[in-house]
Ligand binder design. Sequence first.
Ligand SMILES: Nc1nc2c(ncn2[C@@H]2O[C@H](COP(=O)(O)OP(=O)(O)OP(=O)(O)O)[C@@H](O)[C@H]2O)c(=O)[nH]1
Length: 922
Amino acid sequence: MFSFLSRLSVRNRIWAIVAMLICGIVVGEVIDMFRLREVLWREKEEKTRQLVETGFSVLTHFHQLQQAGELSQVAAQAAAISTIKALRYNKTEYFWLSDLGTPFPKIIMHPTMPALDGHLLDLPQFDSVTSLRAGTEGPFTVTNGNKNIGVAFAEVVNQGGQGYVVYDWQKPKAGSGVTEQLYPKLSYVKKFAPWGWVIGSGVYVDDVDATIRQQLEHNVMMLAGIGTLLLLFAALIARSITQPLRLAVDVMRTVDLGAGRVVQRLPVVGRSEFAEMATGFNDMLEQLQLRDAKLAQHQEFLETEVAHRTLELRDTNAQLQQELIEHRQADLLIQESRIRMRALLDATSESVLLLDPQGHILAINAFGAQRFGQVPEAITGKNFYELLPPDLAVKRRALVEQVVSTGEPLHSQDRRGAIFFNNSIYPVKDTSGAVESIAVYAKDVTEQHCAKEVDDIFRNLDAVLLKWRMNLESIAQIFCDAILPVFDLAAAWIGRAEKDGQLTWLASAEGSDKGFFTSLRENRRRWDGDPTCCLPAGAVIRSGQWQMVTLNGPQCQSCTEVNQTVSPRAVIVLPLTLRGETWGVLTLYGRDARQFEGWQLPQRLAAIAVRLGTTLESAMQQEWLTLLDAALAGVDNAVLITDANASILWNNRSFAQLSGYTSQEILGKTPKMFSSGCQDADFFQRFWQTISSGKTWHGEIVNAHRDGSTYTVNQTVTPLLNTNGQVSHYVAILEDITQRKAAEERVQHTAQFDLLTDLPNRGLFFDRLGQAMNLGQRDGSSGALMFLDLDHFKEVNDQLGHGAGDVVLMAVAKRLREQVRQSDTVARLGGDEFTVILPSLRDRHDAVRVANNIIAAIGQPIELDGTQARVGITIGIALFPQHGHTVEQVLKAADDAMYRAKDAGRNCYAFAVEEVLPQSSP
Ligand SMILES: Nc1nc2c(ncn2[C@@H]2O[C@H](COP(=O)(O)OP(=O)(O)OP(=O)(O)O)[C@@H](O)[C@H]2O)c(=O)[nH]1
């Protein structure tokens, strides 16, 4: 409450008081209005009751007269009705009488509405009761506004003997009659028990509310006046309070104590509390002004002092600042140097340690600590030798002590299991030259060491392969034996995956664990998922991916090949890939269960397996080449291999036999040495063009034998292309067809040449004559055909025999050939008939000359066995194209000419008769 008030300004607080005053007055007024209404209502009640009591006393009077016997009941009642009917008060007010009949009472007498007399009060207009009360005290019961008047009268008098009923009723007009409008009316009714009557009278109460309204209007006006005055007065009071307060606040705000400006003062007006406050406040300011003056003096002194001291401090501070900066820079340099040093040491793949002379680790880099499975912080301060295996600790301690005692660095190599180290131990000396600590650098050279060893193994295998052409088993065995010490392995074996699912053992090796393998040598396992499958090897062969297992693991439990009493070991099974397919496995057994941990060693072993696969593939190729070599060397066909420059690299036995040369005489030479001269330069140009473009050449070629003879070969030369598509070698396969060729030529000759004289026969003659005529046609030259027939040859046969005749025929043939040019053709048509074709004649005289020569030559005696023969020859000459355009025409012309010469006496010649010949079609 108080906190709420503290938030209100003084002005608002005054306004609040005024508002509460006004509210109090209003509330008092409202209460007064209610009280006034109550009083007025009570007055109405009382007045009505007193009037009805008057009427009741009239009834009592006449009833007493009835009881006294002076009047009968009817007379008493009639007198009572008459008396009461005449009663009036306030000029218009009256009494009425009713009975207590149910459900609706009946009007006995109503002075202003006599029409109701004797009628029940059951009309709707009588349903207007708004409230009622039985008896004279207590609250009114409010109805719903439409309760029946008669029923309400009966109800209150039956309950309390008397009572009040409020309802709406017409007002009697002055004079007579009633109003149309209804007005609220309060009636008092009382039961007159002796006659069962109810007497009542009422007063209109609408004037009560009118009086109240009037009073209220009056009071409101008065209240408005008082309120306005109150508000005005309150405003003045508020102003008289707030104005001095605001002034004081303004002055307080302008007072600047810090600046010493306290010259302002509050005005002192009147003698109120505000005047006292202003006086007190002004006194306080006076004192403050005095104190400020003193303070200003003191401050001046202090400032002088501070300025002096500040100058002194500034010099000192600058000096300190400089020192601090230098110190920080030095610290920073040291820090950076340490970080760099640590980074350098951690970045190296060497173990770096700093030991005190007793072997305690003073510092170690991350790599070095990792060797012991620790971080540098965890291992620093520990004794180095206690972290090493005992035998190695002894060696290292001896080396360190030697360095401490001699002060000279030492270098050594040692091995921890499968790990090889290059150690460098340096003394770290203090300023006096004494060894205060030892720096040890241990470089893990396992990888280089193993790489070199592995290189040596494969170099050896390559050499062995080249020199001895060893088989696969031998190569595998050499590898197994050699690889064990390199990686400190317990055992190794190599298996080959056969197509039928078998896993064939090729080679194995055991290290110092003799008896490692129990039955592997005898057994053939499988790799294809069969119950006898070697699970790891099978999985590796099927997947082509290496696998690492342990010997006591689930995959090796069923294995009977390996002695299961050996301690748990790591096993790595690596695929051997040949020609892109998994060919088998290389299985390596470690000395303990963690030997192949990490990723580097398995990766190196996998690379070695790849290399081994290549070597085994080489061995297989060697075997294959040996086989091919034997096959090629043994085949009947001659085979020759050259490089791209045609230099002979290899030949087989058959080629040596065919050519007559030994391999030593051939190798390094070119096939030109076999050239017979039978093929011209064009031939060889086409030949080399074909094969150097990568195409196979196939054809016949005549070569020269070492002894000078020739032989014909059916030769296929295949160029071999390298991976770049360039020719790297030529392979020639030669089939000797000399014999076949000769036979073919013989058949060919027989078909075209005469067996006896070896002159072209009739068929070849026609062919040659056709060629000669075509030639003449092309170059416009002339030719001649001679048809020759021996004269009287029959006689030679007859006289000297058929054999002598043959000799004569052969001699004639020879002489004919001798009389013509190389380009001329002498043919034997049959019997003793010959032809001579003379192409390209200058003129007919050439033919004449030849004919004369022939006649002369043939006419010479022919030597026979012990005798001589003489024959003449008759010649018919036809010129072409003069005597014919076709072979047949020319031959017929010559034949005809020959017969004409015969007719002319024989042993002479005759030209064909020139006649007009039909042109042959071209
Ligand atoms: N010795 C030998 N005689 C042959 C051969 N072919 C045919 N004759 C003979 O050659 C003779 C040819 O006779 P002709 O040309 O008819 O007669 P000719 O005796 O030469 O008389 P003219 O031609 O009229 O001068 C026949 O007696 C044939 O038997 C052969 O190959 N050898």
